[in-house]
Design a protein around this ligand. Structure first.
Ligand code: PMP
Length: 289
């Protein structure tokens, strides 16, 4: 595998970052997870935009233009023939001193890995996922805003540990007001009849790119879509619940906290949207040439 590092493609074993990189020392940096489908990079501009917004929010200057970053992603996919894959785009603060001060760091490091991911077994897309709400609250928007896709994922890792220890693969995280925020690596949707509801970003939610695509597809399919505050009551009483994410795509949730959601099987609206998402993902994107 060839890894993109600061403008060069290097062999995997040569792709190294310094132990003094603040990305390692403090989780100081930002990233994106991107998919390619059938030789095209899915929603590349949206991912690059979000990367630059995350970087801006932490006062990190990416030493490339957005177009340059997009070109680097395509180049890395091409070099690795990543026609159907998962791309990890990382920008670290760079090498600094042992102190926190980010302004001592010389130069942000840009790394792109074009690989693969299989988050959930195929069977769960047919049968649905069982998840739990956990005690670890999503970061407060004024501590680390969850809209920043930062290298500091400990909040999500802590929640994931709770989920796994409870025998589940994913957790629902609430915010400090007790409202539903999101899952550890996915956004969450509730379906009531033909109404689709997902929490607004101020609830402590990453504005997922899959989320936004699914909202658009749902409107086109005649659903009423809105961002609203959700509580656990809304999850337990929903007709359907599903998660969205770049790696997960659209995955049904059939059980939360050992309670059946709706009929306890993946619902029609979720299945229609999952199919619409797959069709859309296979029909658009930036060509890997
Ligand atoms: N929330 C969190 C915390 C995430 O890490 C992700 C990405 N894995 C998502 C939501 C989904 O966002 P996207 O659809 O852009 O992948």
């Amino acid at each position: 595998m060839k890894i993109y590092m600061n403008g060069k493609l290097v062999p995997e074993r040569a792709a190294k970052v310094s132990v003094f990189d603040h990305g390692l020392l403090y989780g100081d940096g930002v990233f994106e997870g991107i998919r390619s489908y059938d030789g095209r990079v899915f929603m590349l501009d949206e991912h690059v935009d979000r990367l630059f917004r995350s970087a801006k929010a932490i006062d990190l200057k990416i030493p490339l233009t957005p177009q340059g970053v997009a070109r680097a992603v395509v180049m890395t996919c091409k070099a690795n023939k990543t026609l159907n894959g998962y791309i990890r785009l990382v920008v670290t603060r760079g090498v600094g001193t042992l102190g926190l001060n980010p302004y001592t760091c010389s130069k942000p490091q840009i790394v792109i890995i074009a690989g693969n991911i299989q988050l959930y077994p195929r069977k769960l897309y047919d049968d649905g996922l069982s998840i739990v709400t956990v005690g670890t609250l999503r970061n407060h928007t004024e501590s680390i805003n969850p809209q920043i896709k930062s290298l500091n994922y400990l909040n999500n890792v802590m929640a994931k540990i709770e989920a796994i220890n409870a025998g589940c693969m994913e957790a629902v995280m609430l915010n400090q007001q007790g409202f539903v925020a999101e899952a550890t690596g996915d956004n969450i949707f509730v379906v009531r009849g033909k109404r689709l509801i997902t929490p607004p970003p101020w609830c402590g939610t990453l504005e997922g790119i899959t989320r936004n695509v699914v909202m658009k597809l749902a409107v086109e399919d005649g659903c009423d879509v809105s961002e609203q505050v959700l509580t656990r009551y809304d999850l337990y009483t929903a007709d359907e619940v599903f998660l969205t994410g770049t790696a997960a795509e659209v995955i049904p949730v059939v059980n939360i906290d050992r309670r059946s959601i709706g009929a306890g099987v993946p619902g029609l609206v979720t299945r229609r949207l999952a199919a619409a998402f797959r069709r859309f993902a296979g029909s658009t994107g930036t060509p890997i040439v």
